[in-house]
Design a binder for this molecule. Structure first.
Ligand SMILES: NC(=O)c1ccc[n+]([C@@H]2O[C@H](COP(=O)([O-])OP(=O)(O)OC[C@H]3O[C@@H](n4cnc5c(N)ncnc54)[C@H](OP(=O)(O)O)[C@@H]3O)[C@@H](O)[C@H]2O)c1
Length: 286
């Protein structure tokens, strides 16, 4: 048996899972095992228990989640099953096997009525089903595995999967104008930066909740304008209010995370959101 610590990554086909997969080749100090939903649904507890029992990984990074924010409004049970109950079981199985458990959570656990960046202790109060299911996941993770690490992140994008950046790039190439909400404020996160940070912090394991995103505070409109500038597209980007773009799930208006704790605890350096956006777009266009 090799002495190299094994890392199981669930949700291996998602944005974060794929970024971790890409980073894995430059991290030979770990042995990675990527699980997709097809291989191993995280709500198939028997399968998960047997797998962990046999492999006995040192770490599990849970990138699997029900992330369809609007659909969750009409699929509450499924959202809670994947983002809530399954997280608790996974956390408990990890505890059983001495596997250190990393879980990813979201800015959507806050109601968005704040006016300054949320620290990890700020009171939670989700305004949609997805946020409520993710908050339940946090409670389950800590309840069943108090030694876990939870990383809350926001506005995640990547060259992989579906996200705001890729949608905007497509729309800007197809249309003369796009309208984007200018009254929701947050900080984007390039999933590649988050993946890097996870691998940096886990050897120096310190349990708790940590916020992480790129540096900078913007609206979705400002994000879209930056995308337009980077891809050098003639399409007009027009600011609208949230009421001009109704969605089944309510979004928090202000969802900026305070990242002081992760910086001070682990010496993490935050990348500027625009620098990371340029890196991602360069990769998409490569
Ligand atoms: N995206 C964001 O803006 C954002 C913001 C804040 C926090 N987060 C959190 O960050 C984490 C990573 O998000 P992401 O953007 O990488 O999500 P993503 O791209 O939607 O990936 C999630 C993955 O989970 C898989 N999955 C869904 N149900 C599953 C199940 N029952 N068993 C196993 N796998 C399952 C999906 O499989 P399929 O590919 O088959 O669908 C998908 O590959 C999640 O915890 C998410 O809640 C995301």
């Amino acid at each position: 048996m090799s002495g190299i610590p094994k890392i199981v990554v669930t949700g291996g086909n998602g944005q974060l899972g794929k970024e971790l997969q890409e980073l894995s080749s430059s991290h030979p100090q770990f042995e990675f095992y990527f699980l997709t939903r097809e291989d191993m649904p995280i709500d198939n507890f028997e399968l998960i228990r047997n797998y962990f029992g046999t492999l006995k990984p040192a770490y599990c990074i849970n990138c699997a989640a029900y992330t369809a924010v609007d659909r969750a409004e009409s699929e509450r049970d499924l959202a809670f099953q994947v983002n809530g109950e399954a997280v608790g079981v996974l956390a408990a199985i990890c505890k059983e096997h001495n596997t250190k458990f990393v879980h990813i959570s979201t800015d959507y656990i806050f109601n968005g009525e704040g006016t300054y960046p949320y620290t990890e202790n700020f009171p939670t109060d989700p305004v949609n089903v997805y946020g409520a299911s993710k908050l339940e996941g946090e409670k389950q993770a800590i309840g069943f595995n108090p030694g876990c690490i939870i990383i809350r992140t926001s506005w995640v994008y990547s060259s992989f999967g579906k996200n705001f950046v890729k949608t905007m790039m497509r729309l800007m190439n197809e249309k003369d104008e796009v309208r984007v909400v200018n009254d929701q404020v947050g900080s984007p996160t390039y999933a590649a930066d988050l993946a890097e940070v996870i691998l940096k912090i886990i050897p120096d394991w310190k349990p708790g909740i940590y916020n992480f995103s790129n540096e900078g505070i913007i609206t979705w409109y400002e994000f879209a304008v930056a995308i337009k500038e980077i891809i050098n597209c003639a399409c007009d980007v027009l600011p609208i209010t949230t009421s001009g773009y109704p969605t089944p799930a309510k979004r928090p208006a202000y969802s900026v995370l305070d990242k002081t704790k992760i910086q001070e605890t682990f010496g993490v350096r935050l990348k500027d959101w625009r620098e990371s956006l340029k890196n991602c777009i360069a990769k998409i266009q490569d």
